[in-house]
Design a protein around this ligand. Sequence first.
Ligand SMILES: [Zn+2]
Length: 262
Amino acid sequence: MKFFLGIHQPIWLTRVRDIPLLVSHRRLGHRRTLPRSVTEWALDSGGFTELQLHGHWQTNEKDYVQAVRRYADEIGNLAWAAPQDWMCEQSILKRTGLTVREHQRRTVRNLVRLRELAPEVPWVPTLQGWKLSDYERCADLYHRAGIDLAAEPLVGIGTVCRRQSSADVELIMRTFATRNLNLHGFGIKITGLNRYAETLSSSDSMSWSRRGRYIPGCGPSHRTESNCLRFALSWYRRIQTTLGSTGLPADDPSPEPLARVA
Ligand SMILES: [Zn+2]
């Protein structure tokens, strides 16, 4: 499984080699100049925050496409981009005032639209829902829209990172893994990941930052570790070691050293 380290600071794209990074559109969109990445990275659309703040997508599809094209061009090394999907946590549904079904319809429609506008961008279709049957319905919606998920290089599973139950997440992952989908678990929880990591092609996490809030900074420049590159990389190496010892596929590239800071 390829594991993307979620980061806040786009400048880290110029400082980290050998490990894949995940950065949110919300961290990049307002920048006049962009860093040139020395590592592979993926773009998160920042949907949870946008829907939580506004109750709808403020960024329209054309503007998002324009931004992503610019990132692909100016930052380079873009592995894939998340669409403007609609997550299905209770708190988000309350905020939008819409149903799970409507969130799913909008998620699928957005992917179709983004592909029409920018077919050259590696958009990742994302399944959204709450119960397993929701995710299955979302897969049907993609099918009806002419999108063959089994033929996609990667399919995202959304609305998994804020759940209490990792057993529910495991069931969803296992169900779609048996359909031979190449899954990406968005913002995966590390607890429980060992149980189903083999069902995933990739995942990402930023939980190092939440943990770092409670740890005193390692140098005079920062009070806590919530935004410290050294801390993030050491967390990442620990997770990789844990995952490596659970018998993940041997093709997972995890040579030592896992990361170098330029
Ligand atoms: Zn530090």
